[in-house]
Ligand binder design. Structure first.
Ligand SMILES: *Cc1c(COP(=O)(O)O)cnc(C)c1O
Length: 398
């Protein structure tokens, strides 16, 4: 090993820490839930994306056991070699039914889904336009595809139109037949702010300019629309969005990611999505849990969990959320300074609350925040305690 290697690593870490950007793992000794145990200490957990409280649900655990019994611990190979197990096909049939699309394709994670799908749809001649606040996996995917990457101001339709106009002129100058003017990628519900994209207006705009639209529903799947099938459906634009993406690791309570869309899109991704082709198929346990999570999310039990979640959200914000018409499970308290945010999170931990300090590069520099997330498993008393603790730490109650 190079003699200076570790020294260089330590130097880089020090530089991060000096900016309040150091990160470390906290070992959790319990399953996910409203109470987690860290370092032998129980904490009230307001940090997970397990919005429906399914990650530790007996139905998901039971389904994972059954999948292991039937298909084993591992899938053995990529789907295109010999790993395309019946349970993967079942999951995709269920996903397509839930999303009301012709077909669906599952991946090992949401991150791998974005990388695979965007990489397959865009090449170096393409233009990919992403919302300023889009998730890292979307930005990484666009960069990796080699396409020209353009960023539009968050939810700003005028800025997007300006870029679409430019992309249209660029295409007119070239000769790509059948190619769109651009691929627009955005989230339906934004991961760090909990606000929503103006999907109906986005769809109208992309149609006007001959562009394609991909919507990442990571924080909307299981929560919005009919039985939680997504914000795209809730906005009535299901048939007009080319590519719908989601993850199975958040509200669905398991692990994995997916694309839902036309049969032609899915068949094409099987041929061209590199994170699908060159990666071992998801383990049966994860697929079994995802199937059970989807079944629960789509059931009347899912409806009552969503009701409970929105009740807690209203309780936390006292109906003052900026988008009160559409409730949000993600409630950010933007503090700004990185070091102060870390100190505030530590003070809350002292009081028994686990709420992460979200900093650059997850959000912009100087936009550090506490990101509170609510789940259907939180009780009204726990939310009341949280409000009290926020007040005691001098924080504005959202
Ligand atoms: C979490 C997240 C992903 C990645 O999904 P994983 O299944 O966790 O890999 C993608 N997009 C957004 C917006 C996310 O928040």
């Amino acid at each position: 090993m190079d003699a200076g290697f570790d020294q260089e690593m330590r130097r880089r870490l020090e530089a991060l820490r000096a900016q309040g950007l150091g990160r470390e793992l906290r070992r959790v000794d319990s399953p996910q839930g409203p109470r987690i145990e860290i370092g032998g200490r129980p904490l009230l957990n307001f940090s997970s994306n397990d919005y429906l409280g399914l990650a530790d649900d007996p139905a998901l655990k039971e389904a994972a056991f059954r999948a292991i019994e039937r298909y084993g611990g591992g899938a053995g190979a990529s789907r295109l070699i010999c790993g395309s197990l019946a349970i993967h096909h079942e999951l995709e049939e269920q996903l397509a039914a839930y999303k009301a699309t012709e077909a669906a394709l599952s991946f090992s994670s949401g991150y791998a889904t974005a990388l695979g799908a965007i990489g397959a749809l865009a090449d170096k001649d393409a233009v990919v336009i992403v919302d300023k606040l889009a998730h890292a996996c979307i930005v990484d995917a666009a960069r990796l595809s080699g396409a020209t990457l353009r960023v539009f101001a968050h939810n700003d339709l005028d800025d997007l139109e300006r870029i679409l106009r430019w992309a249209g002129e660029k295409r007119a100058a070239g000769s790509a037949h059948g190619a769109p003017s651009a691929l627009i990628v955005t989230e339906s519900v934004f991961s760090m702010d909990g606000d929503q994209a103006p999907l109906r207006e986005l769809v109208a705009l992309k149609e006007r300019y001959g562009a394609w639209l991909m919507v990442d529903e990571a924080h909307a799947t299981g929560l919005y629309g009919n039985h939680g099938c997504g914000f795209v459906q809730a906005q009535g634009v299901g048939g007009r969005v080319e590519v719908q993406m989601g993850t199975l690791g958040k509200a669905i309570g398991a692990a994995g990611g997916f694309i839902a869309g036309s049969r032609a899109l899915i068949d094409y991704l099987v041929n061209r999505a590199r994170t699908f082709i060159f990666s071992t198929a998801p383990a049966p346990a994860a697929v079994g849990a995802a199937l059970a999570g989807l079944r629960l999310a789509a059931s009347p039990e899912g409806d009552s969990r969503r009701e409970r979640l929105w009740e807690r959200a209203r309780q936390l914000t006292h109906g003052n959320s900026p988008s009160a018409a559409t409730p949000a499970a993600i409630v950010p308290i933007v503090i700004g300074d990185e070091t102060r945010t870390v100190e505030t999170a530590a003070a809350l931990r002292e009081r028994g609350f686990f709420i992460p300090a979200i900093r650059y590069p997850t959000v912009a520099r100087g936009r550090a925040r506490l990101r509170i997330t609510l789940t259907a498993s939180h009780t009204a008393d726990q939310v009341a305690e949280l409000r009290e603790a926020l007040g005691a730490c001098g924080l504005p109650i959202p």
